[in-house]
Design a protein around this ligand. Structure first.
Ligand code: GLC
Length: 731
């Protein structure tokens, strides 16, 4: 990341020279777009300002960015006021939370991460950018790149799961997709990796809670996806609500200035999360609003969202000398440079073309991409007796509260989806039904409540069917912001339905709807087959039908561990060994629970297809890795099944002895490949000591010589390792 990514050129310098303190503070304010309000207000406070006041603020130069409004025509109205009626004519930035789709809704990011195809996420982000910029937006507050190791936290749905390497790959892909190749293009959408930092590590999985983590975990687990996003060209970062070891992220100088600017050379803009500066008072980190403003701004937070604190207090703080004028000018300069980088000073009306909005409002290509992304995100956990794919001529009972549902299709943080185009499970299955097959649909229960006669109707349908598709899971409102759960199970009414349907003896295929890993119990866990379908977006029904009827062999893998029980949280695959790891021979006085071992029911990286894949032994080309050398690791993978299948071949590493205890396994590479029946492929990965590096006990970052184990396997719990030794650095 070089500083010339945002040249503060002479035009900006001359603007700065003419701006008043109030106008400078105004450029650092981000407010809800009450000129173009969308229906639900997902942010915690309904903005009391109305459209006329917002336009007055724009005219007076008191606001530089509006968010969460859409519409090209009204966007032009706002921009005209900024450019033609304000004193200096500085264009406004128009932003929104466009997380996984705009009018066309793609799978939740956690679902897309299951594809293990960052290039797919890049494509869906690009399609999202086309639709969002057509609708009058310049900037999205995405991707969320928080590493989520505790499934009780509701916002794992917005990220790429529990693994850092996968998180880095998807963070970079989504930034590239949103921003495209030319930031000045009308369809380029500024990206914002969020929430900086370690928001996914909130204690107890409770949203907004405190975060206590070591420096090593912060730097090795939670920060790398942000660095990957910035290296991919992101020019804005959003701060997190939580504190980190007692210092709130939004006033954390060590992070916002020390790491972002000092270590990473980030030239871009740091924007707060919604009223995060105001919340410094609630945290007990600031005396009052003015103190909160001083602490957030001097720590390195350039823009303040929704609180109004910067307009209210920065001019006085500069006049009092508490905030040096050069610090203010630097922040304002970055914001103006950001606007220049996307061409707003040359074409303030870019992305504000109502004709283009109309053209982009329903693109068949995006529907097709939504269907492709959705089916490539579905994980097949089990398939006993090859019950899937369903054959023609079968009597199928589709049972459960998600069978016909269209209110739980899109997943969290979908603000602008075109609901008229959503495809329910029933609609998709009916459209794809094989010849002579029949489909009976019974809700059986509500999302959280029993239905009068529901179970009886479901049991009758199950008895009359050859197979039941059981559509159960979490209501959409159970994941996303402020949706932490103490128990990550199905609602009891749905579990009761599952038990009754399974008791009929008709084979059950679970179609799970979920925004996190769930603790599967009883008849759901014991079903003949389980498909994890996340929240798949607009094309849900067609995508599920593609997999269920064999049009597509499921190829996704778990980006989060599915535990045996809620009580295991936080559970993640790359945990330390402990001094008392359980062994096949010994469980007493070992690191485990009374009820369960220290394992997952379904591990990170797990997933099946309709082929049958076998792995040969992993081999290293040499028993040693020279300090400055490279080492090839290889294994042969073969499809011994009768169907084409795609396999996600995963490379894992374990550092046997180190100055800080290391994870039992860490993902160091993955490759998704298609294998025809009978086809085999030798997969080769190359290791060097850069991939062995970690934050050592002395705080330095690097590898340590010694013994390592390496796997090439289908999940974080499969396969046998090979060994090698990293040699000492040359004298
Ligand atoms: C929310 C979220 C953040 C979002 C912002 C603006 O509270 O934490 O992800 O971008 O406010 O809506």
């Amino acid at each position: 990341m070089s500083n010339d990514a945002l040249p503060v050129d002479s035009r900006i310098q001359s603007l700065l020279a003419r701006m008043t303190l109030e106008e400078k503070a105004g450029q650092l304010g981000v407010f809800a777009d009450m000129v173009r309000p969308f229906a639900p207000d997902v942010n915690p406070e309904t903005n009391m300002r109305n459209a006329a006041q917002v336009l007055d603020d724009v005219r007076a130069g008191r606001v530089g960015t509006l968010f969460n409004g859409v519409g090209a025509a009204q966007g032009r109205q706002i921009q005209r006021v900024a450019v033609e009626e304000s004193r200096l004519g500085i264009p406004v930035l128009l932003a929104a939370d466009v997380i996984h789709g705009m009018r066309t809704v793609f799978p939740i990011p956690l679902g897309e991460a299951a594809s293990f195809e960052p290039e797919l996420a890049e494509r869906t982000a690009r399609a999202t950018a086309v639709e969002a910029t057509a609708a009058g937006l310049h900037w999205t507050f995405a991707p969320a790149v928080d590493v989520a190791r505790d499934q009780r936290w509701g916002r794992g749905a917005e990220g790429a799961g529990e693994d850092t390497l996968l998180g880095c790959a998807f963070a970079a892909a989504r930034v590239r997709g949103f921003q495209g190749d030319d930031l000045r293009a009308a369809d380029a959408l500024l990206a914002t990796p969020k929430h900086f930092a370690a928001y996914g590590a909130v204690a107890g999985g409770m949203d907004y809670n405190y975060v206590e983590i070591s420096d090593g975990t912060l730097h090795d687990v939670h920060l790398p996806p942000f660095k990957a996003a910035l290296d991919a060209g992101a020019l804005t970062v959003m701060t997190a609500f939580n504190d980190i070891n007692g210092v709130p992220a939004s006033a954390n100088q060590a992070l916002l200035t020390g790491v972002l600017r000092g270590q990473w050379g980030f030239p871009g803009v740091v924007v707060s999360d919604y009223t995060a500066d105001m919340e410094l008072v609630a945290h007990g980190y600031a005396e009052d609003d003015r103190d909160a403003t001083l602490r957030a701004f001097t720590a390195g937070m350039d823009m303040s969202m929704q609180s109004g604190f910067y307009a209210a207090h920065l001019p006085a703080l500069v006049e009092s000398g508490q905030v040096p004028l050069p610090l203010l000018d630097a922040a304002v300069g970055r914001v103006l440079a950001l606007k220049a980088a996307i061409g707003l000073f040359d074409d303030p009306y870019r992305s504000l073309d109502p004709a283009r909005e109309a053209d982009a409002s329903h693109l068949e290509a995006h529907e097709a991409l939504a269907r492709e992304a959705a089916r490539r995100s579905i994980v097949l956990l089990k398939n006993e007796g090859g019950v899937l794919p369903l054959a023609g001529g079968q009597r199928i009972a589709l049972v459960g509260p998600f069978a016909r549902d269209l209110d739980n299709i899109e997943g969290c943080w979908t603000l602008f989806g075109d609901r008229t185009r959503y495809v329910s499970l029933e609609a998709g299955l009916r459209a794809g039904l094989p010849a002579e097959a029949s489909l009976q649909v019974v809700d059986g229960c509500g999302l959280e409540t029993a239905l009068e006669g529901g179970i009886e109707a479901a049991v009758a349908a199950a008895r009359a069917a050859d197979v039941v598709l059981l559509a159960v899971g979490e209501p959409q409102r159970y994941s996303g912001e402020a949706q932490s759960r103490t128990r990550i199970e199905l609602p009891p009414a749905q579990q009761a339905l599952a038990e009754a349907v399974a008791a009929t003896g008709t084979p059950v295929v679970v179609l799970l709807r979920n925004g996190r890993a769930l603790a599967l119990e009883g008849a759901v866990r014991d079903a003949q087959a389980i498909l994890v379908t996340w929240f798949l977006g607009s094309q849900t029904g067609h995508a599920v039908a593609d997999v269920v009827f064999g049009g597509y062999s499921p190829s996704a893998r778990l980006p989060v561990s599915f535990p045996h029980a809620s009580g295991q949280q936080p559970y993640f695959y790359n945990h330390p060994r402990t001094g008392r790891p359980e062994t096949p021979q010994m469980s007493e006085f070992k690191a485990r629970w009374r009820e369960y071992p220290n394992t997952a029911l379904y591990p990170f990286g797990h997933g099946l297809g309709y082929g049958r894949i076998e792995y040969g032994p992993v081999r290293v080309d040499a028993p040693v890795l020279e300090w400055d050398g490279a080492l090839k690791v290889r294994a042969t993978v073969r499809n011994v099944g009768a169907c084409m299948a795609e396999e996600v071949v995963q490379l894992y590493l374990h550092d046997r002895v180190a100055s800080r205890v290391r994870p039992v396994r860490e993902l160091k590479g993955f490759r998704k490949l298609a294998l025809a029946p009978g086809q085999s492929c030798e997969v080769v990965f190359e290791l060097d000591r850069g991939q062995l590096a970690f934050t050592r006990a002395d705080g330095s970052f690097g590898a340590e010589p010694g013994r390592f184990e390496v796997w090439i396997a289908p999940s974080a719990a499969a396969g046998e390792p090979a060994g090698f030794e990293l040699l000492q650095p040359p004298a």
